[in-house]
Design a protein around this ligand. Sequence first.
Ligand code: ACO
Length: 321
Amino acid sequence: MRYSRIIGTGSYLPEKIVTNDDLSKTLDTDDEWIQSRTGIRQRHIAAPEQETSDLALMASQRALASAGLAADDIDLIVVATTTPDMLFPSTACILQDKLGIHNGSAAFDVQAVCSGFIFALATADRMVASGMAKNALVVGAEVMSRILDWNHRNTCVLFGDGAGALVLQASETPGILSAHLHSEGQHRHILNAPGQIRDGRIHGSPYIHMDGGAVFRFAVRVLAESTLEALAHNGLQPADIDWLVPHQANARIMDATAKKLGVPPEKVIHTVSGQANTSAASIPLAIDYGARHGCFKPGQLLALAAVGAGFSWGASLVRWG
Ligand code: ACO
């Protein structure tokens, strides 16, 4: 087998919905400001007892059902998350146990913030294609609500909680065509949660800090650049894209990226309005949305592109079906 391909998708959004109007009751903000700047109408927020691994579990069970596999068929779990259940062990190991998988196969986390799912997918794809695993569960799961300062309107309105999962299987035909990953750590100051654990305490802020304008400019540039890099690598053009599935940070970033690429709005999967930015979960949530709404047809080309703190970014091309 030289490739991997997606054989199942699933997602989960917590029950509790917080609308922009709900936020405006405790914050100096309003629906018009948030929608016009970001396209976000509402976000889902995990219940206090729900951990990242619980969201991941629901998404994974749905992905397994859609793939027609049992949990024990999975021999690799890669979870992308910025908000792990605990410092260690990995959320992937906790998920493996919650799924009832006790076959000794590998499970580990990948941390690349909002681009984490692209990094996790690339890792799992190469492990499956090389024969290290046969059926991989690739998950993006986040409880971003836990690292937001809910008194800080510049950041807290932007994020939400959720999880998405894909099942990858070894295949003679592609599947995942290629992945192109990048990081530039010198830009780590424009978006971070800088708190450090030392002497049993958190030193510095545990909340998200962001220079919104700098993030916006960086995101639009690299989402388009990495998508073009992936297309060129495969001898393809922007016109060959059937569906652009960008990280769902903000509608204006997605619109500007699609415009730069010349991809018409009707070919862009758009879930940010109902989910806000779910960081590493946003791309698998968007893929599951597209799959369940019958958007993707066999043979169609999906372009996935994500960017996040680090800065880290990347793109991957997928042949559907
Ligand atoms: N409600 C009302 N007013 C607000 C809010 C809010 N929620 N947030 C900020 N403001 C105010 C600011 O305080 C500022 O007021 P001031 O001029 O009195 O200081 C004013 O609105 C304008 O602020 P700007 O930052 O200039 O607004 P801008 O039009 O740039 O939009 C935004 C801000 C939405 C954050 C934009 O910069 C953006 O989308 N950046 C990208 C950030 C992003 O998507 N981050 C997600 C994480 S990164 C990732 O996933 C890639």
